[in-house]
Each structure stands twice: as C-alpha cells, then as structure tokens.
Design a protein around this ligand. Structure first.
Ligand SMILES: Cc1ncc(C[n+]2csc(CCOP(=O)(O)OP(=O)(O)O)c2C)c(N)n1
Length: 558
C-alpha cells in the first residue's frame, strides 16, 4: 500500500510494540503529528522536550521496553539532549524521533536547523538521518533493535519533513540485518569454570551488582548464585532493588554514600565479583586503591567495560542472566567450596556495628520522610528521584526489593529527571503508586510537567524534600569549602502548594513529624496528581560520605 513517511513511521512504531509516545510538536514534525491525530497510538504531550526524553526513559526503566520520544527540529531536538545523555549514561533504551528541516535545506543555516545527529554523537548508541524514504522502515527496525539489544542505549532517528511527507509503496519488514552490529543473546566470552574455580578458592568474596542485573533481568539468578555460594552482595545506585536489602547476605549500597558496612567489606574482601557495574568513580573512590587486596572478576555485556577503570584478573563478556545461569548449571554438577562462616560472621558484625542511622528527634528529618514513604507503601511503590541529598537518602532508606521500581539518574546525575520519569512510569502503569522524591532545587527544573500529569490524570505523587538549599552542594561546601555557601541558599522559592494548585493538582504541606503519615496515606488514596511539600531540617547531611577520590574506608560520619 502507498504510505507517506509519517504513516510509515507510525506503522513501524506500532510494529515494534510501542503503545505510548511522549513528545512536543513543531514545524518540521507537523506531518508526523498530523498522522498521529488519526492514529490509535497514544501520545502524551509534555510541556518541555526534556520532559519527553525523561518520560520515555522512565517508561523504559519500568517496562523493560524501548521508550519513545518525539521532538521537532532545532530547539525541540536540542531540548532532548539532557534526557538522551541521561539515558545513555544509565544504558536505558530509548528511540528519539526528531523532525528535521527539508533535505534540500540541510546544511544551509535554515530556520530551526540544528545538526542533532552531530550534537548527540557522543551520547547515543547509534543515530540515523533518513535521507531516502526507501530506508525509513528499515531504519526504525534497526533503531529499536540496536536500542534494546546488548548494552541498551538511546538511538536517534532524524527525519527531514519532506521525507515525512513523501510517499512510497510500503510493506512491513520482518527481518533486518544491521551492518557491523551483530548481537547474539547466548554469546558468552570467558571461562565460567575458571571463575568458579577462583570463587571456590576465595575466603572473602563479594558480589557487586550493578544496573546490568536489572537490564538483563538477572535478579533470580543473582539471588540463587549468592545463596548457593554464600557470597555477600553489595549494590550500586543503579541496582537498588536488584537484591533484597533485608536478605542476610545483603550489604546495601557501596561507594560515596554507601553504607559503612558495604564499604568496609569491599575493602576487606579477597575476591570482588563485579556484575553489570561500570566502576563509576563514585563507587571506586581512588581506583588505584579500590579493593586493593582482592582479585577481581568482571562480568559485563559490553567488552569495552572490562578493566576500563580498575584492572581485573578475569573478564567474562555476555548477558548477566545467561552467565549466572551457566554458572549455576555447572555448580549443580561440580559444587565448589561455599563454607564461609568466618567471612559471613565478619560481615554480620560490620552490619550490626555500623547501621544506617539518623537523629530522629527535633525538626522534621528528610530521612524520616523517606523511611515512612517506604514503610507506608510497603516498598511496593515505584520510586523516582531527582539528584542531590534526597536521592541518596532515597537509595539508603527505600529498601525496595522489586525490580524496575527505583528510577534515578545514576550516571549523569540529572536534576529535573525525577518528575518526568515518574510521568513515564505512571503512564506505563496507571494503577500503580508512583512517587517522585525530589528536592526543592531539582523539582524546579521540570515543574512545568505538573500540567502534563494533571492533563492526563496521572496520579503521580511528588514528595519534595524541601530544605531551602541546593542541599548536596551545600553539604560539600560545609564539609570541604569551609562553610562558604556560595549560591546554594534557595529559600526564596515559589509556594509549592500554590504552584501545584495553579496547575490543577493537589498541594499539601507538612512541617511536623506527626503530620507525615496522614499526609502520605491521604496522597496514596486520593489517586490524583499531588505535590507534598515536606519542609525539613535545612542542615541535615547525607552520611556516610567518602570524599571524591578518597579510599572507601575513609568515610565521614554515619
Ligand atoms: C541539571 C543539574 N544542574 C546542576 C547539578 C549539580 N547539583 C547536584 S546536586 C545539586 C543540588 C540539588 O538540590 P535539591 O534538588 O534541592 O536537592 P537536595 O540536595 O537539597 O536534596 C546540584 C545543584 C546537577 N546535578 N544537575
């Protein structure tokens, strides 16, 4: 059948199983929007393109599918950039479709022309500009394939408006071959027996689970592997929820704001098994000193990650679930030593000696708010965060054990991520409780999306941990810059309750501990877009704190 480029785009998205797209129209994408008008593809109109990219990312993180966002050329496309970079750093599969000026105007400084493919080159897994309508259908298929396979990531498809308008005979593609990109689900490059041998010889091994566990859906394999071999598990920020925090083998998060017991255990281990984690500098501190007495095994789907930051004794490339599954199979025939009584006791002692704690009396404490959110939702809510102190408290006190339910910008550290990501998550799962834990600074970076949430009746709860500061920066200034609070006091700010009301959402304010429970419960039950302004202690710090570049056992506080 003869179809226009815009119609083909929509057909192809539907063929990829896309049900929702997040976007914002403009001149060079009108042809696509015109066809969306008649299609049954659900479109969510955001209020800023950055919101569309984060919403697509949030949708992808909770569903495990590819998220899709759409923007027009020029400023529309450049507004997506922060969201694309955020997804890239956290290996989240999104496809961003951008309108582009007409083919014959390309490279001529035309109105609203920006070379989005060039601009995003370092922050995408792959990008396309479609200059021939004959390539459009194959391009979309390839883009989705590349975004979701291997190490997932963002892909851009830039489509000039004349291509959207032109027509061609179209029939759906079932198969594609991507030149220079081959991905085999079952590929494992490395010696699983050698890994088990090293583990059998280790006295004090530790597993570090990263976001790759969630991306590969290796949650059950990880649990079985850790239990069978009796190995304690630490998680990165990206892997919060990947291993039950209440499990006796769980040591919580490691790194800059990790638990004291996780960091001490890492310093004391003799074998460090990294699975799907990329040795972020907030995890390693000084990489030269990281777990320096330990042999290291690294499992990652991306071979470029192996030994990239910390040299490792052995690397295995492949999907985490497949590799752990393979190891479990071999263990059932050839079990290795898993008697680690001394090490498990030592780890238990560390946990008892250095629990996460905060002073509960006096002013309303941010940690208390987050702890109650966790307890009152029984850990079943989808939590998104922004970036700052509240993000770290959320990682510490929200002990969720459910996969894909803790969404945070781990790699780029993007303030403004949390709320639009929550919109994406809520659009994917309208019946679930979705709570965005934000800071008063971060929320103001994308507060305009209140209109989106209200417009689509998305019952997202925004819990602002309001300390009147750009708290995390203030904390660094306090501890490392002699309390010189340069440009971090933001106590002059909008009345958040009125701001919510102005958009048609419900606003509430909590200033006392006694009001916290009622307000959270009310918000959960109302099923409306709700903003709660929790006015908390202005000077509370996140502890423990490993100063950047230091060793993990050099922790301040906690
Ligand atoms: C877009 C962006 N700009 C600047 C920063 C640097 N930064 C990191 S944390 C932070 C303060 C965050 O303040 P707030 O959102 O109020 O959270 P709090 O730390 O007070 O919990 C800033 C400015 C960032 N991460 N992202």
């Amino acid at each position: 059948m003869i179809k226009t480029g815009a119609e083909i785009l929509i057909e192809c998205l539907k063929n990829e199983g896309v049900d929702i797209v997040f976007g914002y129209p403009g001149g060079q994408v009108i042809p696509l929007y015109d066809k969306l008008y008649d299609s049954d593809l659900r479109h969510i109109l955001v209020r800023h393109e950055q919101g569309a990219a984060h919403a697509a990312d949030g949708y992808a993180r909770v569903t495990g599918k590819v998220g899709v966002c759409i923007a027009t050329s020029g400023p529309g496309a450049t507004n997506l950039v922060t969201g694309i970079a955020t997804a890239y750093m956290d290996s989240i599969p999104i496809v961003a479709i951008t309108g582009q000026v007409k083919s014959h105007l390309l490279g001529k400084d035309s109105f609203q022309e920006a070379d989005i493919v060039g601009i995003t080159m370092p922050i995408v897994k792959h990008s396309y500009i479609v200059k021939d309508i004959k390539e459009l259908a194959a391009t979309v298929k390839e883009a989705f394939y590349i975004a979701r396979t291997g190490r997932p990531g963002p892909v851009i498809i830039d489509v000039p408006s004349d291509i959207q308008l032109s027509s061609i005979e179209y029939s759906p593609l079932t198969e594609i071959k991507v030149k220079g990109y081959c991905y085999d689900d079952n590929f494992i490059n490395g010696n699983v027996d050698e890994m088990l041998d090293l583990i059998g010889k280790a006295q004090r091994p530790i597993i570090a689970a990263g976001g790759g566990i969630i991306a590969s859906g290796a949650h059950n394999e990880l649990l079985e592997f850790a239990e069978k071999l009796n190995i304690p598990v630490v998680t990165t920020l990206m892997a919060v929820g990947a291993f039950d925090t209440d499990h006796p083998l769980c040591l919580g998060m490691l790194g800059m704001h990790g638990t004291r017991y996780a960091n001490y255990a890492v310093c004391q281990c003799d074998l460090f098994i990294a699975i799907g984690m990329r040795f972020d500098d907030r995890v390693t501190g000084d990489p030269g000193q990281f777990a320096k007495d330990a042999k290291k095994i690294q499992i990652d789907i991306d071979d470029a990650e192996i030994g990239k930051i910390v040299p490792v004794d052995m690397g295995i490339v492949g999907d985490a679930a497949k590799i752990l599954g393979e190891a479990l199979k071999r263990l059932s025939c050839n079990p290795v030593n898993s008697d680690r009584r001394d090490w498990i006791n030592r780890v238990r002692e560390l946990r008892e000696e250095y629990p996460l704690k905060f002073e509960e009396s006096g002013t309303l404490k941010p940690q208390y708010v987050i702890k109650r959110i966790y307890e009152l939702t029984e850990g079943k809510a989808i939590i998104t965060t922004d970036v700052g102190e509240h993000q770290m408290w959320a990682a510490q006190y929200n002990k969720s054990k459910i996969q894909r339910s803790f969404l945070t910008s781990g790699g780029l550290g993007t303030m403004g991520y949390g709320f639009p990501a929550a919109i994406g998550a809520q659009a994917a799962f309208p019946g679930k409780t979705v709570i965005c834990i934000s800071g008063d600074g971060s929320f103001q970076m994308n507060s305009q999306e209140l209109m989106t949430a209200v417009r689509y009746n998305l019952p997202v709860i925004i819990a602002i941990v309001n300390n009147g500061y750009l708290g995390m920066v203030r904390q660094w200034q306090e501890l490392l810059y002699n309390e010189r609070y340069s440009e971090t006091d933001i106590k002059e700010q909008p009345d958040f309750v009125k701001l919510a009301e102005a958009y048609g959402a419900v606003g509430m304010r909590v200033t006392k501990k006694e009001e916290v429970d009622d307000c959270i419960l009310k918000a959960i039950n109302l099923r409306k877009t709700i903003l709660i302004d929790f006015v908390v202690d202005r000077f509370e710090n996140v502890y423990p704190f490993v100063p950047a570049g230091s060793t993990l056992d050099n922790m301040i506080g906690g």
